[in-house]
Design a protein around this ligand. Structure first.
Ligand code: SIN
Length: 532
C-alpha cells in the first residue's frame, strides 16, 4: 500500500539521529507519577487516559516476554513536541538490560527458527490484524510523541502494518536452489537460513513503520530481534510489541530496550550473539555502526540520510509537478529521508512553477496534529528547528531569496513556517545537507545535462524525483541518476512491495519487497557426495 497521507503528503523531519553515539543521557530518577501530575496538560491527559484504557500505553521495556523496568529504576521522559507536555516516563535501560534481551532473543531463536514457515506466517498475520484493529490508538500515540497530524499518523500505521502483512506472505517463499552438478555422483543444494539474532535500531520520524519494515522480514525468515527504538518515540514501539505478544509471537522473539542509546548500541555491536544490525538514521551514526560491526563481522543494513533532488523540466505538467513536489517535500513536515531536499527547476518554467508552488505551500495548515485540518505538525525538537534556522540563514546570507515563510511559526514551540527559498545554489549548506524541515530550496538550471550533474553532485543517493512529459527523458534521466529510488511524475513512492534503499553514502541493503528478505538470510551450500 502506498504511503498516501493527508493532502497527499506532508510529513516533517529534523535530524533523524535515532541513535547518537554521543548524545547526552536524559535518564532521571523522578517518580513517573510526580512528573505526569505536574506536567501534563488536560488535553494530553485525556488522550493518555484513553490510550491507557486500551492497554496499549506501555512504559517498560520488553525482555523475554516480560515488561521490565530499568534495573536501576531510572526513567526517561517522553514529550509531546506540539505542547512540550511530558507524556510518560519510560524505563531508561542500558548494558545489563540489553545483554539480557540479547540472551532472550538468542534462546528464543532455537525454537522460532524451527517453526514451519506457515506457522510463523500465521502469527505475523495475526499481528497485522491487531495493528490494523488498533490503528486509531496507534495513530494517536504517534501524533502524541512524534507530532505528525493524526490522519497522517494513522496513514503510517497502515503503511507500517502492510510490511507485516507482506512478509507474513513472503515467509512461505524463502526458496532454495538445486544446482546442476558438474560430477555424476554429487548433488548440490542451496539452503537459505535465518542469520540469527538481529539488533534493530530505529528512528523517531516513523515510530512504527521503520520497526515493522525491519522486524517483518526478520521474523518471517526465523530470526529473533532486539529493537532499540528512538528514545524520543518509544511508546509506539512498546504498543506494537504488546500487540505482537497478543498475536502469538512467543516471548523472547521480539524484545524492546530503550534509554541510554550509546550504551545499548555498543552492547548490540559487541555481542557475538547478534549476527545482524539493521539501522535507519543519520549517515554519521550509520558509519559508526558499520565500523563497530566489523569487530564481530555482522551483517549490516543501513538506511541513512538522503539529499533528494526533485527535477522539474520545462516540459512537465505544472499541476502534476506542483502536487508531486509538495507531497515529497512536506511529508511529515519535511522530516523523511526521501523528502525532496533540492527542487531543481528548468529556467523556462521557473517563474510559473515557483509561483504555483508557493501558493500551494501557503495553503498548508500548521498546528497541533490533533487539530482538525492541520497538515503540518511541529518539528521533533528544538535542535531540529535550530538546524533549519541555520540552513536558511546561510542560504539568505549567500544570496538566496525567501519567497515564502522563513521563520519560526507564531505558534511557538518547535513549529516552523512552511518555507520556499528561491535562487539557491548547489554550494549552499541547504543544498549540501538534509534540511529535515518544511523548507523547500529551489535551484534554477538550463539543460538536462546540467540538472543531472547537479543532482548527482552529492555523497547521498537515496531518492530522486523527476517531472517531465517526455517518455524518452524519463528513461534517460532515471538511468543517469545515482539514486536507489526514482519517482517519475510522482512524489510518494514508498510501498512495502518495492525495494527501499540508497546508493553511495545513503546506505547498504534494501528494505521491503522480495529483496528485503535477503538481508536476514544466510546462504548455505550443501554438497552431497556418493550419490552415483
Ligand atoms: C524514512 O524517512 O526513513 C522513511 C521514509 C519512508 O518510508 O517513506
Amino acid at each position: 500500500m502506498f504511503a498516501r497521507t493527508i493532502h497527499r503528503g506532508s510529513r516533517i523531519h529534523s535530524y533523524r539521529s535515532s541513535f547518537s553515539l554521543s548524545n547526552s543521557l536524559r535518564c532521571n530518577n523522578h517518580s513517573s507519577a510526580d512528573l505526569l501530575r505536574r506536567e501534563m496538560s488536560t488535553e494530553t491527559e485525556s488522550i493518555v487516559a484513553r490510550l491507557k484504557s486500551s492497554g496499549l500505553f506501555q512504559t517498560k521495556g520488553l525482555i523475554g516476554g516480560k515488561w521490565t523496568d530499568a534495573y536501576d529504576g531510572r526513567t526517561i521522559e517522553v514529550n509531546n513536541p506540539a505542547s512540550g507536555d511530558v507524556i510518560a516516563s519510560v524505563a531508561c535501560m542500558g548494558e545489563r538490560e540489553t545483554k539480557d534481551a540479547i540472551s532472550s532473543a538468542y534462546e528464543a531463536f532455537r525454537h522460532w527458527s524451527k517453526l514451519t514457515a506457515a506457522d510463523r506466517s500465521g502469527r505475523l498475520r495475526n499481528w497485522y490484524n491487531l495493528l490494523m484493529a488498533h490503528k486509531e490508538e496507534l495513530g494517536q500515540l504517534i501524533t502524541l510523541e512524534q507530532g505528525k497530524p493524526l490522519k497522517e499518523a494513522i496513514g503510517e500505521v497502515t503503511y507500517g502494518a502492510t510490511f507485516i502483512e507482506f512478509f507474513a506472505e513472503e515467509a512461505k517463499r524463502v526458496y532454495g536452489d538445486i544446482i546442476p552438478s558438474p560430477l555424476p555422483d554429487r548433488r548440490l543444494f542451496v539452503l537459505k537460513q535465518p542469520v540469527g539474532v538481529v539488533g534493530a535500531v530505529t528512528p523517531w520520524n516513523f515510530p512504527l513503520a521503520m520497526i515493522t519494515r525491519k522486524v517483518g522480514p526478520a521474523l518471517a525468515c526465523g530470526c529473533t530481534v532486539v529493537i532499540k527504538p528512538s528514545e524520543l518515540t518509544p511508546l509506539t514501539a512498546l504498543a506494537a510489541a504488546e500487540l505482537a505478544l497478543q498475536s502469538g509471537i512467543p516471548p523472547g522473539v521480539l524484545n524492546v530496550v530503550m534509554g541510554d542509546a550509546p550504551t545499548i548500541g555498543t552492547s548490540l555491536m559487541e555481542s557475538p550473539q547478534v549476527r545482524k544490525i539493521t539501522f535507519t538514521g543519520s549517515t554519521a551514526v550509520g558509519k559508526k555502526l558499520m565500523a563497530g560491526a566489523a569487530e564481530t563481522v555482522k551483517k549490516v543494513s543501513l538506511e541513512l540520510g538522503g539529499n533528494a533532488p526533485c527535477i522539474i523540466f520545462d516540459d512537465a505538467d505544472l499541476e502534476v509537478a506542483v502536487k508531486g513536489s509538495l507531497a515529497t517535500k512536506f511529508r511529515n513536515s519535511g522530516q523523511t529521508c526521501v523528502c525532496a531536499n533540492r527542487i531543481l527547476v528548468q529556467e523556462g518554467i521557473y517563474e510559473k512553477f515557483t509561483n504555483a508552488f508557493s501558493k500551494a505551500v501557503q495553503n498548508l495548515k500548521v498546528g497541533n496534529g490533533f487539530d482538525e485540518g492541520v497538515t503540518l505538525g511541529p518539528l521533533i525538537n528544538e535542535a531540529a528547528v535550530q538546524k533549519v534556522e541555520s540552513f536558511v540563514q546561510d542560504a539568505i546570507s549567500k544570496g538566496a531569496k525567501t519567497l515564502l515563510g522563513g521563520r519560526r511559526h507564531s505558534l511557538g514551540m518547535t513549529f516552523y513556517e512552511p518555507t520556499v527559498i528561491g535562487d539557491v545554489k548547489n554550494e549552499m549548506l541547504i543544498a549540501r545537507q538534509e534540511v529535515f524541515g518544511p523548507v523547500a530550496p529551489v535551484l534554477r538550471f538550463k539543460t538536462e545535462e546540467e540538472a543531472i550533474q547537479i543532482a548527482n553532485d552529492t555523497t547521498a543517493g537515496l531518492a530522486a524525483y523527476i517531472f517531465t512529459n517526455s517518455i524518452q527523458r524519463s528513461w534517460r534521466v532515471s538511468e543517469a541518476l545515482e539514486y536507489g529510488i526514482v519517482g517519475v511524475n510522482e512524489g510518494l513512492v514508498s510501498t512495502e512491495v518495492a525495494p527501499f534503499g540508497g546508493f553511495k553514502q545513503s546506505g547498504l541493503g534494501r528494505e521491503g519487497s522480495k529483496y528485503g528478505l535477503d538481508e536476514y538470510l544466510e546462504i548455505k551450500y550443501v554438497c552431497m557426495g556418493n550419490m552415483g
